[in-house]
Design a protein around this ligand. Structure first.
Ligand SMILES: *Cc1c(COP(=O)(O)O)cnc(C)c1O
Length: 361
C-alpha cells in the first residue's frame, strides 16, 4: 500500500505531508552536507542551524517572550511529571494539582513521590467531562506552583482559558494541544509537551520555562534531571534527539506557511465542529465532554452499545479511517484531529458516521 489513509491516532500521530516529503528527500543527504541528519554531530554547524531554527520557529509561532528558555529534552511528557516537582517543589513547599483527567492523575502520582501536594480540584465526579469553574478551585496561595493539563487527550476535555492563579507559577502539560491555538505564554511559568501529537516524532519533549525557575532547583539533583543543565547548555549537554528536532523545525516552517497559530486555530475549530455537529445531530452518538469543555484535538463519544462501538471501529478501519478506538480506560470512540490532520478526513468521518447510523441506528 502506498496511498495514505486518514490517521486519527492519538499519538504518535499524523504529521504534515510536506514535512514527510522533505524529510524523505533529505534522508540520504541534507543539501550541501552529504549525510543524513541522523549521521551528523549534534555539535556541527549544520545541526546548530537546525536546533536554532526549531527554537526560533516555536518562539515566533507561540510568541515566546525573551525571558523564557526553550528546552529539547527526552523521556517524554511522562518524565516531566517527575522533573517538574524535583526542580520546583522545594523547601517543604506544596504544589497544587488540578485533575481534569487521566494525564493529570499521572502527573499527581509522580509529584506525590517528591513532596507535598494539594488537589485543588478533581473532576472525577463529573467523570472527567469538563474543566472546573473558578469557584471549584481550592487553590493554596502559597503553593510552589499550580499544575494543569490543558487538554486531556484520553477524555477529550480542554481548558478554554487558563485558571487565575495570581502570582503562583502556572505549570501546564500541553502535550496534546501545544501550538493548536494562540496562547499567552507569559501567563505560564512552564509549559511542557511530548512532541508526538502536534510537533513531531516521539522521543522529543519540549519544555518552555521562565528563566528564573531553573536557578531555583535544589542542589544535588541528578545532572540530567536538573533544568539548569539543559538551560545552561542550550539542550546540548548530551546528545539530544537530533532527528526529532530536525522534524520539529520542518513542522514549524509548515505551520508558518499555513499562516501561524491564528490560522491553524481557525482550521482546528472548523474541523472539530464538523464532528461535534455530527454527534449533536442525533441521539445515536453521545459526546463524552461537556460542550463548553470540548477538545478541538481529541473528539470523544459513545454509541448505544459496546458491540456497536466495536463494529464502528472495525468498519471505519476498513474504510481507511484508522485509529478511532477510544482509550481502553474510557472506551467508546476517539477521533484525534491534530494540526496536521486534514479537513477532508473529518468530512470523510462524518459521512461514515451518517451511513453507519443509517444502517445500524
Ligand atoms: C501523550 C500525553 C502524555 C504522555 O506523553 P509521553 O511523551 O508518552 O510521556 C502526557 N500528557 C498528555 C496530555 C498526553 O497527551
Amino acid at each position: 500500500m502506498t496511498e495514505r489513509i486518514y490517521n486519527f491516532s492519538a499519538g504518535p500521530a499524523v504529521l504534515p505531508v510536506p514535512v514527510l516529503e522533505q524529510a524523505r528527500d533529505e534522508m540520504l543527504s541534507l543539501p550541501g552536507v552529504g549525510m543524513s541528519v541522523m549521521e551528523i554531530s549534534h555539535r556541527s554547524k549544520t545541526f546548530d542551524e537546525i536546533i536554532a531554527g526549531a527554537e526560533g520557529g516555536m518562539r515566533e509561532l507561540m510568541g515566546i517572550p525573551e525571558n523564557y528558555r526553550v528546552l529539547f529534552l527526552q523521556g517524554g511528557a511522562s518524565l516531566q511529571f517527575s522533573m517538574v516537582p524535583m526542580n520546583l517543589l522545594t523547601d517543604g513547599a506544596s504544589a497544587d494539582y488540578v485533575i481534569t483527567g487521566s494525564w493529570g492523575k499521572k502527573a499527581l502520582k509522580e509529584a506525590k513521590k517528591v513532596g507535598a501536594t494539594n488537589v485543588a480540584a478533581d473532576l472525577a465526579d463529573s467523570r472527567y467531562t469538563r474543566t472546573p469553574e473558578p469557584h471549584e478551585l481550592k487553590l493554596d496561595g502559597g503553593a510552589a506552583y499550580v499544575h494543569i493539563t490543558s487538554n486531556e487527550t484520553i477524555e477529550g476535555v480542554e481548558w478554554k482559558d487558563e485558571p487565575q492563579v495570581g502570582d503562583v507559577p502556572l505549570v501546564c502539560d500541553a502535550s496534546s494541544d501545544i501550538m493548536s491555538r494562540p496562547v499567552d505564554v507569559s501567563k505560564y511559568a512552564l509549559i511542557y509537551a511530548g512532541a508526538q501529537k502536534n510537533l513531531g516524532p516521539s522521543g522529543l519533549t519540549v519544555v518552555i520555562i521562565r528563566e528564573d525557575l531553573p536557578p531555583r532547583a535544589p542542589e544535588g539533583l541528578p545532572t540530567m534531571l536538573d533544568y539548569r543543565t539543559h538551560a545552561e547548555n542550550r539542550s546540548l549537554y548530551n546528545t539530544p534527539n537530533t532527528w526529532g528536532i530536525y522534524i520539529l523545525n520542518l513542522v514549524c516552517k509548515w505551520a508558518r506557511e499555513r499562516g501561524g497559530l491564528e490560522a491553524i486555530y481557525k482550521e482546528n475549530q472548523e474541523k472539530a465542529r464538523l464532528i461535534y455537529d455530527a454527534i449533536d445531530a442525533t441521539d445515536f452518538y453521545r459526546g463524552h465532554a461537556a460542550p463548553e469543555s470540548r477538545s478541538l484535538m481529541n473528539v470523544t463519544w459513545r454509541l448505544p452499545t459496546e458491540e456497536l462501538e466495536k463494529q464502528f471501529v472495525k468498519e471505519a478501519t476498513a474504510a481507511k479511517l484508522d485509529g478511532l478506538k477510544g482509550h481502553r480506560s474510557v472506551g467508546g470512540i476517539r477521533a484525534s484531529i491534530y494540526n496536521a490532520f486534514p479537513r477532508e478526513g473529518c468530512e470523510a468521518l462524518v459521512s461514515f458516521m451518517r451511513e453507519f447510523e443509517r444502517k445500524n441506528g
